[in-house]
Design a protein. Sequence first.
Length: 260
Amino acid sequence: MSREHALIRERINQAERDIAELAEQVEAGEIDAETADGLRQRYEAERHKLLEQLAADTEGDAADDEGTAGSLTGFRLIGIGAVVIAVIGIGLWLLSSNGGATAGVEGVAQDVINGEAMNLDDVTNEQMEAVVAQNPDIAPMRLALAERYFVAGDFPNALRHYMYVLDTQGVKDPTALANVGWMTYQSGVSDIAESFVEESLAIQPDGGIAYWYLAVIRFYGLNDPVAAIEPLQKLLAYDELPDEIRAEAESMLADAEALQ
């Protein structure tokens, strides 16, 4: 770990501590709500910026792991592809029906603007970026684009959109939280990664892939195999689990149980 990365991680940890302490101060009546909101936005913006910086610095490592990221995110307990297609279709319809909202959106094909290109293969990331730029606060559209980047292993762009939804819009989407946790783990900040995934599972206990993230983070990132037992057991209860992940999870579980 370089000294620069270590400093970034310490600053992320400090931002997390500041956010937690702020919540305690509000609960104790030591600070008023308006002041707390301003401070929270500042701390969350700082955390957002630092996470983006760390993700950008480790982009090369993430690119090397692109195949692994793809296989992990291929496991979904719902038809995520169909959901993304539907979200893009709705978003494009909103854009095309919003009287003049298409003006100035350069580089977006007219068939996309008209909502005719419903196949994901027909919609580029650049076109989606243009649509999101015109509708910045429609969270489902931004999350769909972030999911694309995440599956492709483009963590900096995925993190940029996920953190906008989580911090700027305050939408606690469980998939976004889980995926940010995974990217944070890939950046080497395992304790904060764990908190993101735990928050995701608190919102959506049948999170599926989030249990895999949590198990890996605890087993390898936090060097706590015993703490990985519970998420591994919950993960292995899913019939839809791909064979390669099941085999790895079973091996991890056996190693962890041997240490109890």
